[in-house]
Design a protein around this ligand. Structure first.
Ligand code: PTJ
Length: 263
């Protein structure tokens, strides 16, 4: 992997994006990421292209509300799948520490080997405890058929706030039905996850998670009432509309110019 990454010229206009791909393909070779995860990343990349590959104001608004939820939660849990572990293990661990959340492995394509590899990656990144591995995932989310239904009784099952970076829609809906606050990070503002989460951060996990860590450090110093106010004033429907409008406006501007020089 190192040798391949070194072949990317530093001034290549898409160097950053290519490096992220390498993190994912390396994760795939190690067994953390599944084939479908590579395809899911491609879909994410396409939306990131449309967004402009930068964290936009609507995402910053969602990040603030998401962190306020995590800080005010009684029992916050961060759900980790293959892609996020490969792309952002360090940020996941840092965020868990800052907001005092548990980390739980939760997979659509669950296997013992993948559970262990992902837990290992998190431990290597500094985690001291990882839930949802092996027999520990003994509870079930009702009305959910996929492997994602298997959760830890000491983790997602008990959580009041769950962060689900890079998700598939069914579980978000099922968790909402259980009365939990669901925070999603999804580059596609049209996905079922994005549309059904309580707070949707329309951004790349590689940018959003480090921002969340920074925000957690800042918001920890803020009075509780202010955090509550932040949550009360937050409107996810509005944020999703702003994300879609941003893509539309950006495309309209580029179409007017006739060339895609600003990409
Ligand atoms: O590791 P597993 O077994 O849990 O499987 C994970 C995958 C990703 C295969 C599974 O969750 C899946 O199939 O997901 P979907 O339904 O393809 O949804 C993935 C969503 O994440 C899509 O809406 C993508 O646009 C979005 N996405 C992809 N890469 C990123 C992303 N969002 C934020 N940051 C990314 N880097």
């Amino acid at each position: 992997m190192e040798e391949l990454v070194e072949t990317i010229p530093p001034d290549h206009p898409r160097a950053e994006s290519l490096k992220i791909r390498h993190r994912l393909t390396e994760g795939y070779k190690k067994g953390l990421v599944v084939e479908a995860g590579l395809i899911a990343h491609g879909r994410g990349e396409a939306f990131d292209y449309l967004i402009g590959e930068q964290t936009q104001p609507y995402a910053l608004k969602a990040i603030k509300a998401a962190v306020a939820h995590l800080l005010l939660a009684k029992y916050p849990v961060i759900s980790v799948n293959g892609n996020t572990a490969a792309l952002a293990a360090e940020s996941l661990v840092e965020l868990a520490k800052e907001v005092k959340a548990k980390l739980e492995v939760n997979l659509f394509y669950r296997s013992k080997r993948r559970e262990e590899l992902i837990a290992e990656a998190l431990m290597k990144a500094g985690a001291t405890q990882v839930l949802g591995v092996g027999e520990a995932a003994s509870a079930k989310i009702p009305e959910l058929q996929s492997e994602r239904r298997k959760v830890d009784p000491e983790g997602i099952f008990k959580a009041d706030v769950v962060l689900v970076p890079l998700e598939d829609g069914d579980r978000t809906e099922a968790l909402r039905r259980l009365g939990k606050t669901v925070i999603a990070i999804d580059l596609n503002p049209l996905s079922r996850t994005a549309q059904t989460a309580s707070v949707t951060i329309v951004d790349n996990v590689v940018r959003a998670l480090p921002r969340m860590v920074e925000e957690a450090r800042a918001l920890r110093k803020v009075p509780i009432d202010e955090l509550r106010q932040n949550i009360e004033n937050y409107d996810n429907k509005q944020v999703l509309s702003e994300a879609i409008a941003h893509i539309l406006e950006r495309l309209a501007e580029l179409a007017e110019k006739g060339v895609l020089l600003s990409l």
